[in-house]
Design a protein around this ligand. Sequence first.
Ligand code: ATP
Ligand code: MG
Length: 506
Amino acid sequence: NLYHLFESRFPADRERRFLALEDGPRRGVYYTYADIDAVSARFANVLVALGVKPGDRVAVQVEKSAENVMLFLAVLRAGAVYLPLNTAYRRGEIAYFLEDAGPALVVCRPEDEAEMRELAAAAGVPQVATLGVAADGSLAAAGLEQPTTFATVPRERDDLAAILYTSGTTGRSKGAMMTHWNLGSNLLTLHDCWGFRPDDVLLHALPVFHTHGLFVGLGTVLLAGGSLLFLSRFDADAVLRLLPGATLMMGVPTFYTRLLAHPAFGRAQAAHLRLFISGSAPLLADTHRAFQERTGHAILERYGMTEACMITSNPLEGDRIPGTVGFPLPGVELRVAGEDGSVLGPEEIGVIEIRGPNLFKGYWNKPEKTAEEMRPDGFFITGDVGKVDARGYVHIVGRAKDLIISGGFNVYPKEVETVLDALPGVVESAVFGLPHPDLGEAVAAVVQKHPGRDDLTEAAVIAAVKAELAGFKVPKRVWFVPELPRNTMGKVQKALLRDTHRGTFA
Ligand code: ATP
Ligand code: MG
């Protein structure tokens, strides 16, 4: 049981602080390691009382809070399977997840209870409980009636600990089945690779329904016996205020661009930190450089996905190279393959395939989908396109599904985006393919300009790209947008862009 692993590394002094709430109605409240043990035991007892058995799924859609963390740990302790849902999901989406996962219990925000009861009844989910940000809700109330001890249910390495739905960037979200050892092995590796120590304090402003904030953020700190400064959401002012008390921060790239946009952010605020980590979406090399200039810190970029937790990381000691995601983690095998599965050499671009103890057990309820993404030798086809350079650093150039085939030629969006991003007046861009009667697909782009750059026109952008790239790579249309469309994890929503502009050439 992953909880046993966490528990085995709790500090000897259980009164040490684990998590401090830094915003919201309970700002100033903190939880010690003794509290983890007691509160997660209370919640685990509630789960059992509600009829949750080992192996049952517990679906959770609540706002980020300390109790939410305790509930996650309680589900592990009860031997059940934790299934967090993005807080932004609405009716139709929740209905799908409940149908698909068949949980024994769904925990929701107190204000959503009536609606959730309806959805649960429709999906045949027997129990509904609530949990609020003020340590309120039926689950919290029931916990107070329960003992503060619980005998953690033994689990095998291969038993499920969690099902996390993927972000749905390339299609409908799939439930990735993660075992206790998928997570345990990966977290131990990250703990070592990133040099975690008991005195580490992680500034945590990520959501906890996703691999990044839930496993990577909480898990590494638990294994170190360290502590967390907990923000319910990213807020640049709050982060600036808290940074001097932190030794680490983990973020999605937008966190770093927003910090850089804050005029008060500089060396002084970052001086106490030992490490800034970025992932979940590509960090622009420009952002990396600007951050280093402003703070003296080279952001450590790493790459992972719901199906495998973390896969590669730039080194703690050694060069953290902008625009790369570093080396495969110890124990993780990574190769780049062509369409037919042939393994490619250094510098050759293809689809990234991986294998290791971190690799998931498959997609929940989707054996065919799982089989489709696996090679016979057990490598998983990630769907990310990239290469390994001569020094062994992995580069991601995009997703196989975003590859544009225009007039029979392959266009990697990243290559065009890199040229666009380097143009004076351009903040950022996203390149995507649109159906085209002649070409099959046509290259198109949206561009965010620096304020006041009205002189930068579509024609000027197209001309500038033409000077640098072969004609078939040059966007046929460029639209200016105030901001690229992103989801909560900072991922650019290319499917949305394709939908919006679908009819352009048709
Ligand atoms: P879906 O699989 O449902 O389409 P998704 O792949 O976005 O959605 P996640 O599992 O949340 O769902 O995200 C994993 C993906 O995020 C990776 O496959 C990769 O494309 C991207 N990613 C993660 N870290 C990085 C990084 N450092 N640089 C570039 N891309 C990254
Ligand atoms: Mg994916």
